[in-house]
Design a protein around this ligand. Sequence first.
Ligand code: ATP
Length: 357
Amino acid sequence: MPAVETRNLTRRFGDVVALDRVSVTIRQGEFFSLLGPSGCGKTTLLRIIAGLDAADAGELLLDGAPVGDLPAHRRPVNTVFQSYALFPHLDVHDNVAFGLRMKKVPAPEIKRRVERIMDLVEITPLAKRRTSQLSGGQKQRVALARAIVNEPKVLLLDEPLAALDLKLRKQLQLELLDLQRRLAITFVYVTHDQEEALVLSDRIAVMRDGRIEQMGGARELYEKPRTRFVSQFLGSCTLLDATLDSTRGDSFTANTSLGRLEVAGPAPNQPRFTLAIRPEKIRLSTQAAHEPEPANTVTARIEQRIYVGSESHYHLRAGSQSLRAEAMNSQAGPAPFDQGDSVLAHLPSAALIVLDD
Ligand code: ATP
């Protein structure tokens, strides 16, 4: 039984189609992310699941049952917002206990559950503090505790870490993942941060203009993007316009601005198509290293080298085509290539991806 299922959900705001027939099936215990640029409909979908907004058309099922007009507080879900939305007049302990008190849970049980959850998210020492006396990271822990203490079947998280600085965000990502595994609650997580989605998710739905463009496991989406949009939004890619030259069993040859390239896999059905390659798959070497040149190798000039500590990013040019490459700075001493250098760029045939558009 899926934890959450939407069937052709549509939501319009005037002329804007915020959701356009969105169908997703989210499994029990899954860490599922909605990833996409600002305005693509992520928050709208989350709000409809929470019961904070209603769809114009389509169906929503929680735990296999249609929710119909069930109000937000009767759904087995809780939401954590980027803005924390804590009660300023209550201390940390009472913020966490609030939902259980409203539900008239017996006091000893409230005590037990609140203590356990506060321990779990490591805020026990802050119990008596006002929420105005907390840092952003501490506030978000309180917001998480306040949601989890209700033992929801599904936890909805709307960019919960977006307001935090990078280091804290990375630390909390790992804690969140650990928490999700231990509690076995289904998480539906909204983010526009592609790296965050890759780190956290069992599966990701990449959204664009109110539709789901592609859905799959993190690795699958990264290694096999189907469209230009997904290839560019999730990581970066060099895109090459290509035409089919010839086919051979399980590979084919394409004509591109870099010349003829061997591509592993079945040939596309259409004569014109786009090839994509991730920057870290392009192998750079000095001219002397390869004699004779292997297939799929072009001469390129390094137009820019960006040093980012553990690795370097290269902007290359081969004739009219620009290329993006990345390489680890793993050797001792300076990185092997510099601005202005002429290098050989090898594009392995198995690293070239055929896109649908
Ligand atoms: P962000 O990452 O910026 O929060 P999002 O992907 O969550 O974006 P939504 O908030 O779901 O996007 O918005 C989807 C579209 O619907 C946008 O074009 C937005 O302007 C529009 N929209 C959302 N809520 C309303 C509303 N209450 N009234 C009018 N338009 C709305």
